[in-house]
Design a binder for this molecule. Structure first.
Ligand code: SF4
Ligand code: SF4
Length: 480
């Protein structure tokens, strides 16, 4: 017997120790005697527990996975966990980008049809939307899930409502006839969000709307203006107010070294709003740093602090024409909230969010992400298939097409994603079950190598301290 490599611990001021096993998700507050027992296991070899108390404690540790038979068995359990996650057919998840067009000119975004690139972004035709719906119905018949989760994203998805409605409507009809529950999520910049739109989608399974705000009014209006430069904050807030009684609204945002400190002001503002109790979740993510700083546009400054541009651009400073990075990145009902940690700011924002009574991700249970689900797909405006929203528009990383055709580049990319297992490079890291080696988009963008782990261990460690502090407030789960 030996202690699990997936044990993590936080010493508490009381002298006790918070113990968590990231593979079984067991969490206990243990006395020092129990921790000493755990630490002495390997040293004592075949020697069993000294007395009945020790035997009882050891049985509890084994039951919750803190003590395992041997390293090989534990590694095998980890691999089966990932296989189970990959093959899970209980739900079919499809993210559809009905357009890459956007009515915003976000300071950090160099994608879509921004004028400086002089070319129009793609918009899904109704013909393609019909074929997308047919493809999804085909997948429903193959997978036979209990649930179909459709997420609409962009660009700005509300710039192509006809395609969105056609897909949601067709899928809802076929899901209902197969006894499948359809859930619909929309990730929007909020500018065109109306009660009428929400009313149309509610009978089709609308489950939540995620709206992006990048800070308080001043910061948001500077970061996410309209193309003409006008601010958008007040209009978005009014739109959220008008729909919040009808559907759960979550708030997502992007931060940078210059803007993270403005988030508390946004949180205070949200807390004061009459719809605060209807905000289902608040999630933030840092703006991505480029892998090649030479390829990035010249640095910009806000209040004398450098702005890190979100540079989904290639080495020639051409846009990768990808999805709106204001929300890309999986989990907790959004397209993705688990990628691109900026360790210290993430824990600061998490604490500030919680202090104001809003729900947010705990920062420990972050992965593996949607990329590793076989039955999770992202579809671009032209019907191209991608492994996740963060790779949308990068033709070299498309994995196929809804038509069923797959060229050699796509076949190569599909094979690469199939083999992707960055956690195998993470040795005995205790966070592998809840991290899976991090975000492949972040690794691709920041490191230029999607196969490499994108490691934000410090973020996990600081989130673990918060989780421990909460657990200590709960007297259940103590073993002496
Ligand atoms: S690879 Fe990154 S962006 Fe893609 S689903 Fe995973 S965490 Fe999200
Ligand atoms: S990426 Fe880092 S935190 Fe994640 S499993 Fe690997 S070593 Fe651990």
């Amino acid at each position: 017997m030996k202690p699990s490599v997936f044990n993590v611990r936080v010493p508490m001021p009381s002298g006790e120790v918070f113990l968590m096993n990231t593979l079984t998700d067991a969490q206990i507050v243990a006395s020092n005697e129990v921790v000493r027992l755990l630490d002495s296991l390997e040293a004592r070899g075949a020697g069993g527990p000294a007395d009945a108390d020790e035997r009882g404690a050891l049985d509890t540790l084994v039951e919750h996975g803190f003590v395992v038979a041997n390293a090989d068995a534990e590694r095998a359990a980890l691999e089966s966990r990932f296989v189970e996650f990959r093959e899970d057919g209980s739900q079919l998840r499809v993210t559809v980008l009905t357009t890459l067009q956007c009515n915003f000119a976000c300071d950090y975004c160099y994608q879509g049809d921004h004028a400086e690139h002089g070319r129009p972004a793609e918009k899904m035709s109704l013909d393609t939307a019909g074929r997308v719906a047919a493809w999804i119905v085909g997948r429903m018949d193959e997978v036979r899930p209990g649930r179909l989760v459709l997420t609409f994203f962009g660009g700005e998805p509300l710039l192509n409502v006809p395609a969105l409605m056609l897909i949601a409507d067709e899928c809802a009809r076929h899901a209902a006839s197969r006894g499948v529950t359809q859930l619909v999520n929309v990730i929007t910049n909020g500018l065109l969000l109306t009660p009428g739109f929400v009313d149309r989608l509610l009978p089709l399974g609308l489950n939540g709307v995620k709206v992006t705000l990048d800070g308080d009014r001043e910061t948001h209006d500077r970061m996410r203006p309209l193309r003409g430069g006008q601010g958008t904050f007040d209009r978005i807030i009014e739109n959220v107010r008008r729909v919040a009684g009808k559907v759960p609204v979550s708030i997502g945002g992007n931060f940078d070294v210059a803007t993270a400190e403005r988030y508390p002001a946004l949180l205070d503002f949200l807390r004061e709003q009459d719809f605060a109790g209807r905000v289902s979740n608040v999630a933030f993510k840092p703006i991505i740093k480029p892998s090649n700083p030479q390829a990035a546009p010249p640095p910009r400054f806000i209040d004398g602090k450098p702005l890190i541009p979100l540079t989904s651009v290639d080495a020639g400073r051409q846009p990768l024409n990808g999805s709106c990075m204001s929300a890309a990145g999986a989990s907790t009902g959004s397209v993705c909230d688990s990628c691109h940690f900026a360790d210290d700011q993430m824990s600061f924002l998490r604490e500030e969010t919680r202090r104001r009574g809003f729900r947010t991700a705990d920062g420990v249970h972050m992965g593996p992400c949607e990329l590793y689900r076989r039955h999770s797909h992202t579809i671009g405006p032209d019907g191209s298939l991608y492994a996740c929203p963060g790779f949308t528009g990068d033709n070299a990383l498309s994995v196929g097409h809804i038509s069923g055709r797959r060229d050699t580049v796509q076949a190569d990319a599909a094979g690469r994603f199939e083999r992707l297992a960055p956690w195998r490079q993470c040795g005995d890291c205790s966070f592998i079950p809840v991290c899976g080696g991090g975000c492949a988009v972040a690794a691709h963008t920041e490191l230029g190598d999607m196969d490499a782990p994108s490691c934000h261990k410090r973020s996990f460690e600081s989130a673990l301290v918060s989780l421990a502090e909460e657990a200590v407030g709960d007297p259940s789960g103590r073993i002496q």
